[in-house]
Ligand binder design. Structure first.
Ligand SMILES: Cc1cc2nc3c(=O)[nH]c(=O)nc-3n(C[C@H](O)[C@H](O)[C@H](O)COP(=O)(O)OP(=O)(O)OC[C@H]3O[C@@H](n4cnc5c(N)ncnc54)[C@H](O)[C@@H]3O)c2cc1C
Length: 419
């Protein structure tokens, strides 16, 4: 049963107990730092646990957008990365739209895969443990009003894009793939991750589709054909939405908007976890009098968000031909520089050209959110489907769908609304 809690309203400057809405990554990061500094902190979440929104999904902590390793950043903030399981990858199968498969490699860590959800080893539970150890009071199944909270950390509100995938068991060795194919993942990408006997095949839709399960079924069928050694035993389907916004104010009426509640997301590909934790840390530091949240978000995070808006604008204009050129460029660059991260890192880095593109396109790319009272929120709308998104599923994809239906009938669950 959902509890409704009346909390004492805070004034500007957050002098009494700090009230946080949302026990996800951004909310718990902020809570931990505040409690460690001796503040009384209450975190409220409408769900029954941290990570419940994801239920076993694998996600990638990207390690290319900055010169600094994300785990070094966590250490600097006092966040212990050994509290959750993470698996490092330095090689990824890059799948071109014409099905060529190249190896993108680096000597360092390209990304770390973490699990989201309520199992002990997930990143959500790791952050929860750190928060509890610091003395944070977490209230699950607790509904609070925005007006009663100091930090708003409740994840996506609107929908700019969706991603969904199938979790399976397999005997295949650890593997990660990244696929650019506009038919399987309209405007975005699909991927397969296998870690210690558990796999995920996921597709991201940056254009709104009817009968969207055909994209996942077709993607899985593609993997069955090209990675025949993956003895996939479907377990469940997972997914969710992403909310990409640019805000005029990240602190408004004395309230801090962090993580996806502040639209702090990667518009191009949706790598939002790093920014979620980072913004939570900045909000805590502001409350502790160590920085100015709005100013630091603009300085440290917004250049990357704006670059991702420019990248998204460009991505929206291309299809498989350009994706193929990108893959070739990436591989040529890797050969020249001896590091597969150099090209992708450049893609994510703020440049003068990207700044100019952002200035030119942001006004007509983003739509005003009238409900975000006075915060000046502009959202990237979920784009309409294109003519090329209408196609009949292959017989192999129909078979994938039928297999999933049988699993679902015998108890396989779905963590999102399939419609
Ligand atoms: C399918 C999928 C795959 C993704 N893959 C990646 C990836 O590979 N790499 C990456 O970096 N990012 C990925 N992301 C994005 C990433 O998950 C988010 O950017 C990140 O979790 C945002 O953190 P947050 O703290 O803002 O929100 P969350 O971590 O989602 O936490 C929000 C919390 O607020 C709670 N809540 C919601 N409404 C209320 C309310 N009214 N009151 C109280 N509590 C509330 C929720 O229950 C939740 O616990 C993915 C997203 C999706 C959907």
């Amino acid at each position: 049963m959902l509890q409704t809690i009346n909390v004492p309203k805070q004034g500007m400057g957050v002098e009494g107990p700090v009230q946080i809405m949302g026990a996800g990554l951004s909310g718990l990061a902020a809570a931990t730092l505040l409690a460690r500094a001796g503040r009384e902190v209450h975190v409220h979440d409408i769900r029954n646990d941290s990570g419940a929104r994801f239920d076993g999904d694998f996600q990638a902590l990207e390690n290319w957008s900055l010169g600094i390793d994300f785990f070094d950043q966590l250490k600097e903030w006092g966040i212990d990365s050994s509290e959750f399981k993470s698996t490092e990858f330095s090689v990824v199968d890059l799948i071109h739209p014409d099905d060529e498969i190249s190896k993108a490699k680096t000597d360092g860590v390209a990304y770390r895969i973490v699990e989201r959800g309520t199992s002990e080893h997930t990143i959500d539970q790791g952050f929860k443990r750190m928060a509890l150890a610091a003395g944070v009071n977490i209230h699950y199944k607790s509904r609070v009003q925005v007006e009663d909270c100091d930090i708003i950390a409740c994840g996506p509100k609107g929908t700019s894009a969706v991603a969904y995938g199938e979790i399976f068991t397999t005997k295949h060795e650890n593997l990660i793939t990244f696929q650019l194919n506009d038919k399987l993942a309209p405007g975005a990408y699909s991927y397969m991750i296998i870690i210690d006997g558990v796999g995920l095949i996921c597709t991201c839709l940056w254009r709104k589709q009817s009968k969207s399960d055909r994209f996942l079924n077709e993607t899985i069928a593609w993997y069955e054909e090209h990675y025949p050694d993956v003895d996939r035993q479907p377990v469940k389907r997972v997914g969710g939405k992403g909310d990409f916004t640019i805000n005029s104010n990240y602190k408004s009426d004395g309230r801090y908007y962090v993580g996806e509640s502040g639209g702090l997301q990667d518009f191009m590909w949706g790598f939002g976890m790093r920014m979620a934790v980072w913004s939570g840390v900045l909000a805590a530091k502001d409350i502790l009098g160590e920085c100015d949240y709005d100013k630091e978000v603009r300085k440290q995070l917004l250049p990357y968000v704006r670059t991702s808006v420019a990248n998204r604008f460009l991505m929206n204009r291309v299809g498989d031909k350009m994706f193929k050129r990108m893959c070739k460029q990436w591989m040529r660059n890797q050969k020249r520089k001896g590091d597969g991260l150099a090209w992708i890192s450049r893609l994510f880095s703020p440049t003068i050209a990207k700044r100019v593109i952002y200035r030119l396109v942001n006004r007509f790319m983003l739509e005003k959110d009238e409900k975000a009272l006075g915060r000046g929120v502009r959202r990237m709308p979920f784009r309409k489907a294109l003519k090329r998104d209408v196609w009949e599923p292959s017989p192999a994809a129909v078979a994938v769908g039928e297999r999933w239906d049988a699993v679902r009938r015998s108890g396989g669950n779905t963590s999102f609304d399939e419609e």
